[in-house]
Design a protein around this ligand. Sequence first.
Ligand SMILES: Cc1ncc(COP(=O)(O)O)c(C=O)c1O
Length: 494
Amino acid sequence: MTLPESRDFSYLYSEETKARKPSPLKTCIHLFSDPNIIFLGGGLPLSDYFPWEDLEVNSPKPPFPNGIGAPITGENVMQSHITKLEKLHEGDIPLARSLQYGLSQGQPELLNFLREHNKLIHDMHYEDWDVLATAGNTNAWESTLRVFCNRGDVILAEAHSFSSSLAAAQAQGVTTFPVPIDENGIIPEKLEKILDNWTEGAKKPKLLYTIPTGQNPTGTSLDDDRKHEIYRIAQKHDFLIIEDEPYYFLQMGEYIKDLTIRKNKSTNVKLVHDEFLKSLAKTFLSIDTEGRVIRMDSFSKVLAPGTRLGWITASKKLLKPYLSLHEMTIQAPSGFSQSLISGLLNRWGQKGYLDWLLGLRHEYTIKRDNAIDALYEYVPQNPAFTINPPIAGMFFTVNIDASVHPEFATTYKSNPAAVEQHLYEKVIESGLLVVPGAWFITEGNTVPAQPASSTENNTPNEIFFRGTYAAVSAEKLREGLKRLGDMLHKEFQV
Ligand SMILES: Cc1ncc(COP(=O)(O)O)c(C=O)c1O
């Protein structure tokens, strides 16, 4: 079946994008690799002078029988040898090329792997999609803002969202308007109501920035059914959906409180590739019929943050302005990263990479279970405290009704933010760092402002603290959460 072409959304571009002319030098760079051309056209240093002849790296070998994180020794070692000029493996990117200027979209061997990987994960409904390598999702988001937004433009974001992303938008003079969320992510009915009642004369939002899986900071994951609804609303009100998905492959399934049931389940069920793929949340890309979704993936949480490598998937039309922007900003992600990661992934193969992701799922499930077990043990068992066990990502939250604090009305003058700040100081005193929800509030309003009903907070006294189970050993995690529980018991006298 032939799929339709994506729609043209160029009317949503920023003034910067509309004004950008292609760099004339970039129009001839492809001739650099033409053996019939003596290329004197660019300031490209001779690769003979790159002081790296080759890279030899040891990595773990699929299917990672001892689990991921096991020592990389003996027969579990996969050796890669990446040279300056030759391809010793089909997926290798010779250093003479990866460390040279050019190929701003990314090196072909890496892009091909990513395209094939995408085909396993997403069910694409339009023909002309592609991928573009980025220096991670921070870079992808900053570029997205520049491609689409002018100062004074408005975007939508979850009512609590990743503070760096919000700050990036605000620094560019973009208003971030909050969308109500609950334990299953964005509430479509509320989103629709906000947009249906949008104040006349106020700029309509161009983008929805969302972190659907293992959201940062709330740890929640957006229901698949809600994604369909949100996509419909995006069509109705004509905005693009930016799915920022660094935690997508840290999906763990439901938390099972009963230890006997949990144990039986985990020994009986060892997911195979097909089951694993089926178990993954539906992506906005898989719902998209028009090229209205821009997806940002990153290797930061599944390989290492310092790789500074990720990719955008979108329609070829929408990727064009990103490419032009990147030619003038990052030029391309680091050549070392591209050579190393392409060498690794192409040796692992698609199946080996799925083995890796399955291994991560296993590790994170144990960490999540440990954290939630400890929270149920130590946090006061009282309706004022809620824990929503995450099904994906790295984060848990402890949600607290601040009005239950014995000094809420007196010392804190009925101000939940003051209780939160006080608890933050107390928790640090106890020797633990978890961060207050206030750091992640999406603030912003349009001019003229939206109706009061659109900015209403139905749980004004609810505060929360965000923690991660990713970063420390099981013992430290338990000890830290005990400190949190002890502090809450003492403070709330429950
Ligand atoms: C939602 C979200 N987006 C982006 C990032 C940064 O990702 P990257 O390392 O790919 O730039 C993070 C990191 O914490 C994040 O939580």
